[in-house]
Write a protein that binds this ligand. Structure first.
Ligand code: C2E
Ligand code: CA
Ligand code: CA
Length: 401
């Protein structure tokens, strides 16, 4: 009988080179001969491009660059169908928690091993897996919609487009700004950001994507200004970018090369609330540096995460964007209404601008206006549109009475 192990490929991921070496040795002893070692997620991705050919990943949870939890997200995006063994110096509780997190991402955890690596446990786990599983290459894969290579060439070729959704000042009804939203034009329609932003984040393409869109948006900002329309621009920024210490400089350089002066055209960066639960030391440095360059900072999707306003007090945010589920839930749920009302009050008290997003009806618009929200955005006013449609839309925009 063929040794089932010999046909399986194993990726070992650990920033500790000694562990990489000993694990490689242990695996060879166990009869595996298709072993890839990587000291970082980045390196693994660079070497492999994807994880399609990998059957088993043995991984350290705690790595300096991309930690294990973040890596789960990458694996989910890459549709990883193989098995995962967690090796970690963390305590059992952390390992168990990580296991739950991986399960939530529909990843297949074979087991966990505490450091130092115990070869016998490793052998048991691997043998069970090897005997019970068909190699990944033989499983029919779910279709992936976009590949990293496609996205890379679309960015290189400048194919991605910024679309814009107007924001109105509630008290005056005036259009005062737009949020930039990424679109990927294809012959038969558009690909929406939910289908490529996570991939861009996982594959290191998010900064080139953001900068491409900013460059294109700056053309429109100038064009609108020439026609007497002075709009502020809100830009979605991924938390991945904010973990990169070079990001503020690159961002400032991109806007200044594009001729956008934040003192003239107010810019706001939107960061989702859920991403603020992570380790914030680097992002906070970056946010502060951007704030010092007069960039507004907005917490996006507020109400979907766990933070409360007191926790946010130490952070340099200037704006709170109330999530659409929050705004839309207010009509039917009195508890949501209470939270919403007190959130707007507290945000005001803290000197933050409040934006309500996802306004789809006149009733919702009136309700949030009554709450004292500053700005509103939603299908009721306008859907996102190409830059070329903004002037015309604004001309026809009738302020609500
Ligand atoms: P977001 O930042 O919360 O943007 C608002 C999303 O809600 C947009 O979806 C918008 O089209 C949609 N929306 C606006 N008004 C309404 C409404 O009244 N009702 C409903 N149901 N939806 C409304 P979109 O354009 O598909 O973008 C999805 C998400 O993708 C964005 O959510 C944002 O997190 C992300 N995204 C978009 N562009 C970029 C980008 O350039 N960079 C990054 N990092 N993320 C982006
Ligand atoms: Ca946003
Ligand atoms: Ca949002």
């Amino acid at each position: 009988m063929m040794n089932p192990k010999s046909s399986l490929s194993v990726l070992v991921l650990d920033d500790d080179l000694f562990i990489l070496k000993t694990t490689h040795h242990a695996l060879t002893q166990l009869g595996f001969n298709n072993i890839i070692t990587a000291h970082s997620v980045h390196f693994a991705l660079e070497q492999l491009g994807h994880f399609e050919s990998i059957d088993i990943i043995l991984m350290d949870l705690n790595m300096p660059e991309t930690d294990g939890i973040e890596f789960f997200r990458t694996l989910e995006i890459h549709n990883f169908l193989g098995g995962i063994i967690l090796i970690s110096g963390e305590d059992e509780q952390t390992l168990a928690l990580a296991k739950d997190l991986a399960k939530a991402r529909k990843l297949n955890i074979i087991g966990t091993i505490a450091k130092p690596l115990n070869n016998r446990i490793l052998q048991t786990l691997l043998s069970q897996w090897a005997q019970s599983r068909t190699p990944v290459k033989e499983i029919v894969r779910r279709p992936t919609i976009v590949s990293q290579a496609d996205l890379q060439s679309a960015i290189d070729a400048g194919e991605l487009e910024p679309w814009f959704q107007p924001m109105i000042q509630l008290q005056t009804g005036e259009v005062t700004g737009v949020e930039m939203l990424a679109r990927w034009p294809k012959i038969d329609g558009y690909i929406y950001p939910d289908e490529f932003i996570p991939l861009a984040e996982a594959s290191g393409l998010i900064n080139p994507l953001t900068f491409l869109l900013i460059k294109k948006a700056s053309y429109w900002l100038g064009h609108w200004k020439k026609h007497g329309l002075h709009l502020r621009l809100a830009i979605n920024i991924s938390m991945n970018s904010l973990h990169d210490l070079d990001f503020p400089d690159q961002f400032i350089k991109t806007i200044s090369d594009a001729g956008v002066d934040p003192n003239d055209i107010p810019l706001t960066i939107e960061v989702t609330e859920s991403s603020l639960a992570e380790d914030l030391s680097t992002p906070l440095d970056n946010l502060l540096r951007l704030r010092m360059k007069k960039i507004g900072l907005s917490i996006d999707d507020f109400g979907t995460g766990w933070s409360n306003l007191t926790q946010l007090q130490g952070l340099p945010f200037t704006e709170l964007k109330l999530d659409l589920s929050f705004v839309q839930g207010a009509a039917t749920n009195s508890r949501t209404r209470t939270i919403l009302e007190s959130t707007v009050k507290m945000a005001k008290h803290m000197g933050m601008t409040t934006v309500a997003e996802g306004i789809e009806t006149k009733e919702e618009l009136e309700y949030i206006k009554g709450l004292g929200c500053d700005l509103a955005q939603g299908y009721f006013m306008a859907r996102p549109m190409p830059g070329g449609d903004i002037l015309n839309w604004t001309k026809n925009w009738k302020k609500p009475e």
